[in-house]
Design a protein around this ligand. Structure first.
Ligand code: HSE
Length: 305
């Protein structure tokens, strides 16, 4: 096998209260990544489908960096041609860097017949996230690989649990971050009272997902004391737009991953109305938002023709 083409879904990491431990894969958008073995030792990366410049030097690109880690850990070396066709907007908190990293190690595992399991692949792919100025958080890459809803059970050694949720309708207001990463602004310590609340939010979400109750899923997604207070600060009139979505019938609304996109969980019949609220908001505030309706995807990375 000399080449492989993969479809890698967008993900909403944190999914409300699960900072660095929860992620949900989306049916759309997705990136398409083609990886070809080469006779040389260099990794060449080509990116299309985006307006801005995405770094193509291996060490500054999440797929290239993940590939270098893969070769190092597998004690292999090879040249590669990696073509990334972005369907997921970059810098919007929808997991596009994780998708490239995850698809790359998934593809290399196939091309080099290294037979690594998903959790081992995630352990390598997460290191690719560093290329986009983030920490090696595993949530986006895990959600992208497994699909469905994932929770990080153990960080070291990495252990993931996949939950197959019911189909969750999602309305996304895709907004680019104005700063590269807000992650450093998240406090390292929280009072015990807040830790207890956050544990309740996370446990409630997992319970809601397991029982398949969309209303309860949305209500649990709506609360977060770790990421939302920080990430929402860079979203213009966040509280106002969140309240509007909730008043219109969304069960929950929160910031996707590192922001600045926001997402709402609602009944399928409500998706158009919530999308219109997001559209009006983006237009009024001149935000160049990309508003779309999607739902949770049961599947993660897949091979395509
Ligand atoms: N858990 C990560 C964060 C996700 O919140 O920084 C980034 O998409």
């Amino acid at each position: 096998m000399k080449e492989i083409t993969l479809k890698a879904p967008a993900t909403i990491a944190n999914f409300g209260p699960g900072f660095d431990i929860f992620a949900c894969a989306l049916e759309s958008p997705f990136d398409v990544i083609k990886i070809k073995k080469k006779q040389t030792d260099s990794i060449r990366i080509k990116v299309s489908g985006v307006e801005e410049d995405i770094p193509t030097e291996a060490e500054n690109n999440s797929a290239g960096l993940a590939a270098s880690h893969f070769f190092k850990e597998m004690n292999l070396s090879s040249g590669l041609d990696i073509e990334i066709k972005k369907g997921i907007k970059s810098g919007a908190g929808l997991g596009t860097s994780g998708a490239s990293a995850a698809a790359c190690v998934y593809g290399l595992n196939q091309l080099f017949q290294t037979h690594l399991g998903y959790d081992e692949l995630i352990q390598i792919a997460r290191k690719g996230e560093v290329a986009s100025g983030s920490a090696p958080h595993p949530d986006n890459v895990a959600g992208c690989l497994y699909g469905g809803f994932v929770l990080i059970k153990e960080h070291s050694p990495l252990e993931i649990i996949k939950i197959n949720p019911p189909q969750i309708p999602l309305v996304v207001c895709c907004l680019k971050k104005t700063v590269r990463s807000t992650r450093r602004k998240i406090p390292y310590q929280f009072p015990l009272g807040e830790v207890k609340k956050q544990m309740s939010y996370c446990a409630s979400l997992v319970h809601a997902l397991m029982s398949g109750d969309l209303k309860k899923i949305g209500q649990a997604v709506n609360k977060d004391l770790i990421s939302e207070p920080v990430r929402s600060q860079s979203i213009l009139k966040y509280k106002e737009i969140k309240q509007k979505a909730l008043r219109a019938g969304a069960y929950g609304c929160n910031v996707s991953g590192g922001g600045s996109s926001l997402f709402a969980v609602c009944e399928k019949e409500k998706t158009e109305e919530i999308a219109q609220i997001f559209k009006d908001y983006a237009q009024k505030e001149n935000l160049h938002g990309d508003i779309f309706i999607t739902w949770s995807s049961p599947s993660g990375i897949r091979e395509t023709e």
